[in-house]
Design a protein around this ligand. Structure first.
Ligand code: PGA
Length: 238
């Protein structure tokens, strides 16, 4: 089953999330696994049987005496089934590095929370032809140290996030295949790979044709439920 992961980031207020989640009461989509990923305080608004709940982060600690942290166990108790790890915004603004991702993935694994591990190259690396080298490093330095059975990779070129610019579909297809091949080779399992970066209701027609992509991680487009529904409709059609 294809996946659509909707990362709200931090764009809305409490009342806006409340209105959004109320509109979702009618929502059902049995053909695409849809995951809504609100900021921590709004997670309980999005608890539902007709879609999955995801968190934007998870603590790298599992002690219960660290003020301000949200542990895997706490997330589990809220019904969180997926968590993002390694998003480029966490790498950039929170200086998160491999050891953080390893700890987060291990904690998620212990609480049976699936991880969407985000990787992607900078514009500079892309232009210098270093994409595969960067991705392989981001994969192996983290996945060599964790159990890989609950991991989905999200390939998100940093230069495509929130920019309304995205790679050529042929390039996404080749890069996705590269990721699948190396995970198969190194971990004996071909991981699911999502594409993320400026996906919206206009380009989904083109992007959904990429055969080896298992779904999409959307940011800005997720703020409009109409756009989410339009994307899902396209994903369901041939
Ligand atoms: P975008 O964000 O769809 O707005 O480019 C994607 C993401 O940050 O995951």
């Amino acid at each position: 089953m294809k996946i659509l992961a909707c990362n709200f980031k931090n764009k809305l207020t409490y009342s806006e999330y409340q209105a959004y989640s109320q509109k979702l009461e009618e929502f059902s989509c049995s053909f695409v696994k849809t995951i809504f990923i609100p900021p921590f305080p709004f997670l309980p608004l999005f608890k539902s049987k007709s879609y999955e709940l995801g968190s934007q982060d998870i603590s790298s600690f599992n002690e219960t005496t660290i003020t301000g942290e949200v542990t895997a166990e706490a997330l589990k108790s809220l019904g969180v089934a997926y968590t993002l790890v390694g998003h480029s915004e966490r790498r950039k603004y929170k200086n998160e590095i491999n050891i953080d991702f390893i700890n987060k993935i291990n904690n998620a694994w212990e609480s049976k929370i699936k991880v969407i591990y985000c990787i992607g190259e900078s514009l500079e690396d892309h232009e210098n032809g270093n994409t595969y080298m960067v991705l392989e490093k981001q994969i192996s330095e983290v996945l060599n140290n964790v159990a890989t059975d609950n991991i989905i990779i999200a390939y998100e070129p940093i230069w495509a996030i929130g920019t309304k610019v995205w790679p050529d579909p042929k390039e996404i297809e080749e890069t996705t295949q590269f990721i699948k091949d190396i995970t198969e080779e190194k971990y004996d399992t071909s991981l699911k790979v999502l594409y993320g970066g400026s996906v919206d209701d206009n380009n989904i027609k083109e992007l959904k044709k990429i055969k080896n992509v298992d779904g999409f991680l959307i940011g800005n487009a997720s703020l409009s439920l109409d756009k989410v529904k339009a994307i899902l409709l396209e994903m369901m059609g041939e």
